[in-house]
Write a protein that binds this ligand. Structure first.
Ligand code: HEM
Length: 477
C-alpha cells in the first residue's frame, strides 16, 4: 500500500512537468532585507500552485538556496539540519572535481551561482499557457520587489522547440519515474516510493530521507507538522531539492563533429550516418525510439519508448553502446545478473527531470544537415536542466559522478558520457573524450570528442511544502 500524498501541501512542479504550460521563466533573486522579503513571501505564497491542482492558465513555484534560507533569518540550529550537499553547493573544489566542472565549465566562469557572481537566494519558476500571460505575470510579480527587499539577479528565459526536442534535435522528457501514490498507470519497475522525490514519505530503502527540522518553540505559530522526534517540527515534510544546471549547447559543433566522424571518402556528408552516430551517443533516435528496440533505423517504436531493457536485450552493447547517455543515466537491468537486484539498485538513483530549453533553435526543425549548413551565430542556446530529488547526494550527485562522469562505468574504460561529459579533468591525459561502439567481432573507436555542452550557472535549491513556506514567511530570528 502506498502512502497517501498530501498533494495540497506539495508544490505542483514536483508532481507534474506542465507540458500544457509551455511558456516558462526562471527568475533568480536575492534577499536584501529579510523583513521585507518575508512580507513578499507571504504575498507570493498565495500564488504558489499546489500539487492537487491542474492549472490550465499558469503556475508559480519557489525554491531557496542554503544561503537564501540563511538570508531569510533561519537560525543556525535549523540550518545545520539540512544535508551537507545542500550546504556545500556546487562550487567548492571538491564539488568541481566530483561533478566534473572544468575549463570553460569551471564555477569561476559561471554567469550565475559562481564564486564571483552575485548571491542567488531564491528561484522563482513561472509557467503559463502562452508568452503574453507569462510576461504579464512576471510584470505583476516584479512590481513588488523594490519595496520589499528583493533584488533580481537574473531572468532565465526558456523556449519551446519543435516536437518537444532539445537543441541537438532529440525528443526529450520521455522517460520519467512515476511517483507511487499518484494513481498513474506504469509498470512496477518504473514506479518509485514517494520518498525518493518528496520528503516525509518512505523511500526505496523503506526509510524516511532525513529532512530539515525546527525546534518546536521556533515554530510558535504551529505552522509545521510534528516531526517523529517529539520536540521538533518538520520543515522538510512535502518538500524536496532541485539541482539546477544551465547548460549551453554547441549545436554547430555537435553536428560538425558527427559529420566529420562519418565523412565519406569523396568528402561528402552522409546524413544518415551522422544521425546514427549522434543517436548512439544519446541511446535514442531523434524521434525518441530507443536504439535497443530499433538499432538500425529511426522511428517505428516510439509507443514502446520505455518498454525496453539492456542486459537482457543487448548484453554486448551491439544495439545501444554502453556509454550512451540514457544507458548510463538509467542502466535499468544492466547492473547485476539478477534483474530484480539491478532494478532495486537503479531505483535508488533516479531523478525527476523538469528542465526546459532556452535560446532560439539553430534551425526550425533541428534537422542535422540544416544545422550543419546554418550560418554561424553567437546566439546562445541550451538547457536549463532541473533534477528533483529528495537526496541530492544519493540521486543527482551520484548519477552525475558515478554514472555520467565515471570513465569506468559498467565495465567501460576511459569513457565518459559522450553527450554531456566534461573532458578536462586534470587527472586525464587528454582533454578530449573517447566513445566506443561495440560491433560483432570488433568495435569502432571515436576519439577526440569535444565538449558539446558547457555549464553556465548552477545551484541547489530547497523546494518547501506550502506549510513550510508559510513558516518561512513568518520566521522570527
Ligand atoms: C544539455 C544537457 C543534456 C541533454 C541535451 C540531455 C538530453 C537527453 C535526451 C535527449 C534524453 C532522452 C529522452 C528521455 O529519455 O527522456 C535524456 C534522458 C535522460 N537524461 Fe539527459 N540530457 C542532458 C543532461 C542531463 C544531465 C546533467 C543528467 C543527470 C545528471 C541527465 C539525466 C538524464 C536521465 C536520467 C534521462 C532518462 C534516461 C532513462 O530513464 O532512460 N541528463 N537526456
Amino acid at each position: 500500500m502506498s502512502e497517501q500524498l498530501e498533494l495540497h501541501d506539495i508544490q505542483g512542479i514536483i508532481i507534474r512537468g506542465y507540458s500544457k504550460l509551455p511558456a516558462a521563466h526562471f527568475l533568480l533573486l536575492s534577499v536584501k532585507d529579510r523583513i521585507g522579503a518575508r512580507q513578499w513571501l507571504s504575498m507570493i505564497l498565495k500564488s504558489i500552485t499546489p500539487g492537487d491542482q491542474r492549472p490550465e492558465e499558469s503556475a508559480t513555484h519557489i525554491a531557496f538556496t542554503f544561503e537564501g534560507l540563511k538570508a531569510l533569518g533561519l537560525q543556525h540550529d535549523v540550518m545545520k539540519t539540512f544535508p551537507l550537499e545542500f550546504e556545500d553547493g556546487m562550487t567548492t573544489p571538491h564539488k568541481q572535481f566530483f561533478l566534473g566542472d572544468f575549463a570553460a565549465s569551471a564555477p569561476e566562469h559561471w554567469e550565475w551561482g559562481g564564486p564571483h557572481t552575485p548571491a542567488v537566494h531564491i528561484l522563482l519558476m513561472l509557467y503559463a499557457k502562452d508568452a503574453g500571460l507569462l510576461d504579464a505575470n512576471l510584470d505583476a510579480i516584479r512590481r513588488d520587489f523594490d519595496g520589499l527587499g528583493i533584488q533580481e539577479v537574473q531572468l532565465l528565459e526558456t523556449t519551446v522547440l519543435y516536437e518537444r526536442k532539445e537543441h541537438f534535435g532529440f525528443h526529450d522528457g520521455i522517460s520519467q519515474p512515476t511517483i507511487k501514490g499518484l494513481r498513474r498507470n506504469d509498470n512496477d519497475e518504473n514506479c518509485l516510493e514517494a520518498g525518493e522525490f518528496i520528503l516525509g514519505y518512505k523511500n526505496e530503502y523503506g526509510q524516511y530521507t532525513p529532512g530539515p527540522t525546527v525546534p518546536a518553540p521556533v515554530d510558535s505559530g504551529n505552522r509545521l507538522p510534528q516531526s517523529s522526534a517529539h520536540d521538533l517540527h518538520d520543515l522538510g515534510m512535502n518538500g524536496s531539492y532541485i539541482a539546477f544546471r544551465q547548460f549551453k549547447q554547441d549545436v554547430p559543433l555537435f553536428w560538425k563533429f558527427m559529420a566529420k566522424a562519418t565523412q565519406i571518402a569523396d568528402g561528402s556528408w552522409d546524413e544518415n550516418a551522422m544521425i546514427k552516430l549522434a543517436s548512439q551517443m544519446v541511446g535514442r533516435w531523434p524521434d525518441g525510439t530507443p536504439l535497443v528496440l530499433s538499432p538500425d533505423k529511426d522511428g517505428g517504436k516510439p509507443e514502446a519508448n520505455n518498454a525496453f531493457d539492456y542486459r537482457h536485450s543487448d548484453p554486448d552493447g551491439l544495439k545501444c553502446p554502453f556509454a550512451a547517455h540514457i544507458r548510463r543515466s538509467n542502466p535499468k537491468d544492466s547492473l547485476d545478473t539478477d534483474r530484480a537486484t539491478s532494478i532495486a539498485i537503479v531505483k535508488k538513483h533516479r531523478i525527476l527531470r523538469r528542465g526546459r530549453s532556452y535560446g532560439p533553435p539553430l534551425t526550425a526543425q533541428l534537422k542535422p544537415l540544416d544545422c550543419l549548413n546554418a550560418a554561424e551565430t553567437t546566439v546562445e542556446r541550451g538547457l536549463h536542466f532541473m533534477s528533483i530529488n529528495a537526496d541530492i547526494g544519493r540521486q543527482f550527485e551520484f548519477l552525475q559522478n558515478g554514472w555520467i562522469y565515471n570513465q569506468k562505468f559498467n565495465g567501460l574504460y576511459e569513457e565518459r558520457d559522450p553527450l554531456i561529459a566534461n573532458h578536462h579533468n586534470p587527472q586525464d591525459e587528454k582533454d578530449t573524450g573517447t566513445f566506443r561502439i561495440p560491433r560483432e567481432g570488433l568495435r569502432t573507436r571515436i576519439t577526440d570528442l569535444p565538449e558539446f555542452v558547457q555549464v553556465k550557472g548552477a545551484a541547489y535549491f530547497f523546494i518547501p511544502g506550502l506549510r513550510a513556506l508559510s513558516f518561512l514567511a513568518n520566521v522570527n530570528p
